[in-house]
Design a protein around this ligand. Structure first.
Ligand SMILES: [Zn+2]
Length: 375
């Protein structure tokens, strides 16, 4: 279990397989986000039909509602949401620091108020692991602190605390059927990122996550961080770049040796009537589409593009029909999953490196960075 095998390499990019109790992932892989145990507007069968193999759910949200004890009582998250394939949960750290009202961070953990009802709660590394064991995802995360990347003095303290919390998370873990990943932090400081990569790489974990990016830094800063971090990570463990998933960031990330991505962007854009396309991002509410009989993207093989016109989708949006969000979510998710599938093929035949400029050109104008990590 949790064997990672590299099947092809093209410079720093690689394809591989990662085995989990609910199936083997082909990497690189893009994971749709099911924040509250649902990928918004889609059934699990629709998500699987898109070619998605891994879904992410959020520990913070499920702990608050419906509660991890209840999920465990009902057979765990796979059974509760009827997703029989690989699943990943985050540690709750990112949401505690971004969504809730954080009251106190100390060596032991974080005290916070729920964003739903203001009730008081406390997460520690041990608590985060216990919640994630109740949820039962295949891949789980060490509890971490995602600090403001521009506060240099604080970021070092937060990183060192995250390292101690990673050791405590490992010690607290009891289930053998879950892969616990440590998380590299360190803001946008090259030395801190290098120190964090070396520390997290020294832990006995089957994979490594890189956190605290796509939180407002520039594209160049993110690339610089990845350029210092990934060469310090062991080759034989999958690398997960948390919350990052614009088309350009996926292309750039894979080129820098990343294997796993997740992002709310495709489903969030769908709810804002936007569609990925080779012409750049389309606002499907635009009146220019009212008589447009073409699909969103003539080359896309998704259910929405094979069956429906831009004119019909625009009509659904204007008429506020829920099907609009479903069709746009199907298209946007398929677009990213198809992109990653294509890239796996390019890595296998050794052409990915040469195709990076073409791919970046094709996908620019589809998404701005910094649209956020959380729904
Ligand atoms: Zn499509």
């Amino acid at each position: 279990m949790f064997d990672f095998t590299i099947t092809a390499k093209n410079n720093r990019a690689r394809t591989g397989t990662f085995s989990t109790p609910h199936g083997t992932l082909q990497t690189p892989v893009f994971a749709p986000v099911g924040t509250q145990a649902a990928v918004k507007a889609l059934t699990p069968a629709q998500v699987a039909d898109l070619g998605a193999s891994l879904v992410l759910s959020n520990t913070y949200h499920l702990y608050l509602r419906p509660g991890d004890d209840l999920v465990a009582e009902l057979g765990g998250l796979h059974r509760f949401m009827r997703w029989p394939h690989p699943m990943l949960t985050d540690s709750g750290g990112f949401q505690v620091f971004s969504l809730s009202q954080t009251l106190k961070v100390d060596e032991d953990g974080v005290t916070f108020k729920s964003h739903i009802d203001g009730s008081g709660h406390r997460f520690t590394p041990e608590k985060s692991i216990r919640i994630q064991e109740n949820l039962g995802a295949d891949i789980i995360m060490a509890f971490d602190e995602c600090a403001d990347p521009n506060d240099h003095a604080y970021i070092k303290d937060a990183m060192e605390r995250t390292h101690r919390w990673a050791e405590r998370s490992l010690k607290a873990k009891r289930r053998a059927d879950q892969a616990l990943f440590g998380i590299v932090q360190g803001g946008i400081d090259l030395d801190l990122r290098a120190a964090s990569a070396e520390f997290i790489a020294s832990l006995d974990t089957p994979g490594i996550a890189i956190g605290g990016l796509s939180v407002g830094e520039t594209k160049d800063e993110m690339h610089a961080m990845l350029d210092v971090v990934t060469p310090l990570l062991p080759e034989n463990k999958p690398r997960y770049l948390m919350g990052v998933g614009t088309p350009e960031d996926i292309i750039d990330g894979i080129a820098r040796g990343i294997d796993i991505f997740d992002c709310v962007l495709p489903t969030r854009l769908a709810r804002h009537h936007a569609a990925f396309s080779p012409e750049g991002r389309l606002n499907m509410m635009n009146a220019i589409f009212s008589r447009d009989e073409r699909p969103i993207d003539e080359d896309c093989d998704c259910y929405a593009c094979k069956n429906f016109t831009r004119a019909y989708i625009r009509h659904l949006i204007v008429a506020k029909e829920l099907l609009a969000g479903t069709l746009l979510s199907i298209h946007n998710l398929r677009a990213l999953i198809q992109l990653v599938e294509d890239i796996r093929g390019y890595i296998a035949d050794g052409t990915f490196d040469k195709k990076v400029p073409m791919l970046l050109k094709q996908w620019k104008n589809n998404a701005n960075r910094g649209i956020g990590n959380s729904e």
